[in-house]
Design a protein. Sequence first.
Length: 146
Amino acid sequence: MNPGLVSGFFFTMKKIEHIGIAVKDIQAASKLYEKLFKAGPFKEELVEGEGVKTLFFHMGESKIELLEATTPESPIARFIEKKGEGIHHIAFEVEDLVSEMKRLEAEGFTLLNKEPKRGADNKMICFLHPRDTHGVLIELCMEIKP
């Protein structure tokens, strides 16, 4: 069997794109990760629609994304209030976000957004509900091409 072929669909998840970590203080967390990786972040970004500030670190082919809430109503603020700081999500890079969303919805997964939306790091994104993924918030992301 072709390892890229599952249930008649080509598997379009290419790799772990990043792991998102919710933090209360992004500057303090950045200092810790700079020591850990012996390198600073390569990108800082404000995603106003999500009420979050992000910092990205390279980790081989993958990335670590630190997430700090910018408003008390943001998903990150609610996550930290409920669960504390820590791993918030794992993101997989996909070839075709819309097709992958349709495939996963047909497989019974609950999409947290019905249409792709703009995320950080020049990506279009969609999240899968953690109740369908054994408690793990999964993000699908695709590079925005010019």
